[in-house]
Design a protein around this ligand. Structure first.
Ligand SMILES: Nc1ncnc2c1ncn2[C@@H]1O[C@H](COP(=O)(O)OP(=O)(O)OP(=O)(O)O)[C@@H](O)[C@H]1O
Length: 716
C-alpha cells in the first residue's frame, strides 16, 4: 500500500453527533484528508453504506449556537458543492449543487465544552480545504485556523454576455462568504481601469486580486502590476479568475489542472469558485512580448496571428452570444480563408550545447570524431527543423525500424537569420516581392492605445528587434493560416489546444498551420481541439514546437495580432518566456494532487504505444477506466515526445554517422529530463530502448525523478 494511500485514508478526527434539525438521527463521523465519512447510527444503523463528502467539494465550515439560551449544544455546518445528476432537455447532466450538512455537538452538558469540539472540527475541515497539512498527531486548536483571506474582486460588467454582476450575486459572493473570504468588490468602469487601479493599491492589504470576467481583464491586472516601480514584489501577488468572459482560457486551464472534467458556463464558474476557496497558489509563467514600437507586455496566455486573432477580434460583434461567438466567427472565417506571409523564428527547447556534447562523451566504441563548432551551430538549426518536421511528416514505422531518415518536405529556405535595419519597423522595409495582397478586415480599426513600459526582468534570450536572431534559432518563412504561441493548456474554456502544457513548465508552445490546408481539415482540427486530440490527427500542415523565445515578422501588410486575446499594434513582434514569474490561485498544488483520485498505471510496449491510432478511444476503453483528463494529456505528451525522440535520434544518427543507441541516450538525457521526467512520470527505460522495454507508468501523484548518473549507467 502506498504512503499516499495510507495518508489519504488516515482518520484525523472521529466522533458521534446529532443533526440539525434534530429528528432523533445520529451519525458517526470520521474525517480523513480526503473526505468526511458519514455513517448513520440511529434510527437504523447502516453497515457498509457510508456517505462520503469529498474535501474537494467543500468550501467552508462554520460553527453556530442556537438562539435559545437553554440550548447547551453547539453546531457546525459544512458547506459543499458536489456534482449531482440533473435532468436537462436532452437527457441528464452533472452539475454542482449546494449542500449544507449541520451536525450537533451534544457530548458535554455545557455549551462551552461542546463549542470547543465544534471549533476543533471546523478548524480541521478548513485546514483540509485550504491545504494546511494536518495528521492524526496534530494538536488541532483554533491557533491552527488558516488566517482569513481578503481578496480584491474586479468585476467587468461588459465581459462575456454582460452578466458578471448577476453571476456574482447568485454564485460568487454567497460561496466565498461561506469560505470566510472577505472582499472589496469593484466594478470596472472602462478599459484600463483595472490596470490603473492595481498600480496604486497597497499590496499588503490583499491576499489576492481576482477578476470576475475573462482573460482580458486579467491581462490588464498583470500588466498593471508590472508597471509598478515595485514590480518584483507586486507580480508575486496571487491573481485569480472567476470566469465570466467569453473565452475564459485561463479558467479552462486551471480547471483542467485541478483534475476536473472540461466545463463551460456556470459549471466552470462553480469549479473555479471552489478552487478559489481552497486558495492554494502556484507559480505561473509569463511571456514578455515586445511589439514593433518597443511596447512591452506581459502575457499569461497567448500571442496569435492569422486565423485565431481574426476570429477573436472580428467576432466582437457577436459578443452577446457568449462563447458561441467564437464558433460563429470560426465559420465565417473558414468560409473566406485567408493566408498570411510571414517569417517566424524561434529558439527551440533543445538548447545549444548539452545534448550534442553528451552524445560525444557517450560513444560506446569511443571512435566518434569531435565536432567542430560550425557543425554544432548547423546541427542546432537542424534540431529545431527536425522537431518541427516530426509533426509535419507522416510517421512511418518502417523508417523507425530501419533507422532511415524519413523524407521531409522542404519548406522555403529560411535563409540566414533575419534582420530589419530600421530601429522602428515599418512595412516599407519589407521588399515588395515579399508583400502579399492587402487584407482588409471588415472590422478593421486601430488597436486601443497601449501603455508602454520597460519594467520587468531582462529578455536575455532576445536580441533587439532590429538585429538578427542568433544563429542557433530556426527560421521559417512561409504562408501561414495561423501562428499561435501559447503557454496554457486552453485557448478557450472548450479549446484544449496544448494538452501537454503546464502553468509553469517554462515553455512556449508554438503552433502554426501552413497555407494549403483545406477548409475541411481546418474545421476538423478545431473540432478535435475540443478534446485535445487535434495532434493525434497528424495533420501535415499543423506544426508544434516547444520554444523559449520567438520572433514573428508579418510580411502581409495588414492583419491582426493579439496578445492574450487583446489586439496590439500590427508588425514584427518577439517574445520570451519568464519561468514562474507570477503567482496564480489555482486551488491545486502537488499536495492537493495527492488527494486527486487520478492515479493510473499502464503496461505497454513502446512500439505498441506509438502504434495506437486513436488515444481517445484507447483511454476510454482501457482497463483503468478512471483515467482523468490529466492522464490523457500525459499520454498525448508521452506519445508526442516518443515520436520526436525517435525521429530525432535517427536523424542525428545519420547526420553524424554514429550508432543510434548512443544518440538516443543523449537525446533522452536532455529531452526526458527536461520534459518527460518532470511532468509525465514515464519509465525511462521504455524510451531508451523502444523495442525492448515494456513498462510505462503514469502517476499523477508523484512527478518522476531520474538522476542523470543512473540514466547514463543504465545504457552503458
Ligand atoms: N466597464 C467597462 N466597459 C467597457 N470595457 C471594459 C470595462 N471594464 C473592462 N473593460 C474591457 O473589456 C475587455 C474585455 O474584457 P474581458 O476579456 O474580461 O472579457 P471577454 O473579452 O468577454 O472575455 P475573454 O477575454 O475571456 O474572451 C477588456 O479589454 C477590458 O479592458
Amino acid at each position: 500500500m502506498s504512503n499516499d494511500y495510507k495518508q489519504s485514508s488516515e482518520t484525523l478526527l472521529h466522533g458521534e453527533f446529532g443533526v440539525y434539525p434534530s429528528k432523533g438521527i445520529r451519525y458517526a463521523l470520521s474525517l480523513t484528508p480526503t473526505g468526511l465519512h458519514i455513517q448513520r447510527l440511529v434510527p437504523k444503523p447502516e453497515d457498509d453504506q457510508r456517505t462520503v463528502l469529498p474535501i474537494l467539494d467543500m468550501v467552508g465550515c462554520h460553527t453556530m449556537r442556537s438562539r435559545g439560551s437553554t440550548d447547551v449544544y453547539a453546531y457546525f455546518s459544512i458547506y459543499s458543492y458536489p456534482l449531482k445528476k440533473k435532468k436537462v432537455p436532452m437527457g441528464s447532466a452533472r452539475t454542482r449543487q449546494r449542500m449544507v450538512r449541520t451536525f450537533r455537538v451534544d457530548e458535554a452538558s455545557d455549551y462551552d465544552q461542546n463549542q470547543v469540539i465544534a471549533e476543533k472540527w471546523a478548524t480541521a475541515v478548513k485546514c483540509l480545504i485550504q491545504g494546511v497539512p494536518i495528521s492524526s498527531d496534530t494538536e488541532i486548536s483554533l491557533t491552527l485556523q488558516p488566517k482569513p483571506r481578503r481578496f480584491m474582486l474586479l468585476l467587468n460588467p461588459c465581459g462575456g454576455r454582460g452578466n458578471a454582476l448577476q453571476q456574482c450575486h447568485t454564485h460568487i459572493l454567497p460561496i466565498i462568504t461561506e469560505a470566510d473570504i472577505s472582499y472589496n468588490l469593484i466594478q470596472t468602469e472602462r478599459q484600463n481601469h483595472a490596470r490603473e487601479l492595481v498600480q496604486s493599491i497597497n499590496l499588503e492589504e490583499w491576499d489576492g486580486i481576482v477578476v470576475i470576467s475573462g482573460d482580458g481583464l486579467l491581462f490588464e491586472v498583470v500588466n498593471g502590476l508590472m508597471e509598478r516601480p515595485d514590480w518584483e514584489d507586486a507580480i508575486k501577488m496571487p491573481v485569480g479568475v472567476l470566469p465570466c468572459g467569453s473565452g475564459n482560457a485561463l479558467a479552462g486551464a486551471i480547471n483542467y489542472h485541478a483534475g476536473f472534467d472540461q466545463a463551460m458556463g456556470s459549471e466552470l464558474l462553480l469549479n473555479c469558485i471552489l478552487l478559489l476557496c481552497r486558495g492554494t497558489v502556484m507559480p505561473m509563467d509569463l511571456v514578455s512580448v515586445t511589439t514593433c514600437s518597443g511596447a512591452r507586455f506581459f502575457s499569461f496566455l497567448s500571442v496569435a496571428w492569422g486565423f485565431i486573432s481574426d476570429v477573436d477580434i472580428e467576432s466582437e460583434k457577436y459578443r452577446h452570444m457568449g462563447s458561441a461567438r467564437f464558433t460563429v466567427g470560426t465559420m465565417v472565417r473558414v468560409a473566406s480563408l485567408r493566408t498570411y506571409r510571414g517569417r517566424l523564428s524561434y529558439l527551440p527547447v533543445l538548447d545549444a550545447h548539452r545534448p550534442i556534447c553528451r552524445s560525444i562523451t557517450l560513444s560506446p566504441n569511443g571512435n566518434l570524431s569531435p565536432l567542430k563548432r560550425s557543425q554544432l551551430h548547423r546541427t542546432i538549426s537542424d534540431i529545431g527543423l527536425c522537431e518541427e518536421r516530426n509533426v509535419m511528416c507522416k510517421r512511418s514505422s518502417a523508417a523507425f525500424d530501419t533507422g532511415e531518415l524519413p523524407s521531409f518536405e522542404t519548406s522555403p529556405s529560411p535563409g540566414s537569420p533575419t534582420a530589419l535595419n530600421t530601429s522602428r519597423f515599418t512595412f516599407d522595409s519589407v521588399p515588395d516581392d515579399q508583400m502579399q495582397q492587402d487584407v482588409l478586415l471588415p472590422n478593421d480599426k486601430e488597436p486601443p492605445p497601449t501603455h508602454n513600459h520597460v519594467n520587468g526582468p531582462e529578455d536575455d534570450l532576445l536580441p533587439p528587434l532590429n538585429q538578427p536572431v542568433p544563429k542557433s534559432w530556426v527560421t521559417v518563412e512561409d504562408d501561414f493560416v495561423l501562428v499561435l504561441a501559447m503557454y496554457q493548456t486552453h485557448l478557450g474554456a472548450d479549446l484544449f489546444t496544448a494538452p501537454f502544457s503546464c502553468l509553469d513548465d517554462g515553455l512556449i508552445h508554438l503552433f502554426f498551420v501552413k497555407a494549403g490546408i483545406s477548409r475541411t481539415a481546418l474545421v476538423r482540427l478545431f473540432l478535435a481541439m475540443e478534446k485535445g486530440t487535434h495532434i493525434e490527427l497528424e495533420c501535415p500542415y499543423l506544426v508544434h514546437v516547444p520554444v523559449r523565445a520567438f520572433r514573428l515578422e508579418p510580411l502581409t501588410r495588414k492583419g491582426i495580432l493579439t496578445v492574450d486575446g487583446e489586439r496590439v499594434e500590427y508588425g514584427p513582434v518577439q517574445a520570451q518566456i519568464h519561468h514562474g514569474l507570477s503567482n496564480v490561485i489555482s486551488g491545486c498544488d502537488e499536495s492537493a494532487s495527492s488527494v486527486n483520485p487520478h492515479k493510473e498505471e499502464l503496461h505497454l510496449n513502446a512500439e505498441e504505444f506509438l502504434a495506437i491510432p486513436d488515444l481517445t478511444s484507447f483511454v476510454s476503453n482501457c482497463s483503468n477506466s478512471e483515467c482523468g483528463p490529466r492522464f490523457f494529456g500525459r499520454l498525448l505528451m508521452a506519445k508526442f515526445h516518443l515520436m520526436r525522440l525517435i525521429l530525432f535520434g535517427d536523424y542525428l544518427g545519420k547526420y553524424l554517422n554514429v550508432p543510434l543507441s548512443c544518440l538516443r541516450i543523449s537525446v533522452c538525457a536532455e529531452v526526458v529530463f527536461q520534459k518527460l521526467a518532470v511532468r509525465l512520470g514515464v519509465e525511462l527505460h521504455s524510451i531508451l530502448n523502444p523495442k525492448r522495454s515494456h513498462k510505462f507508468i503514469f502517476d499523477d501523484t508523484s512527478p518522476y525523478q531520474y538522476p542523470t548518473s543512473t540514466l547514463l549507467a543504465s545504457e552503458s
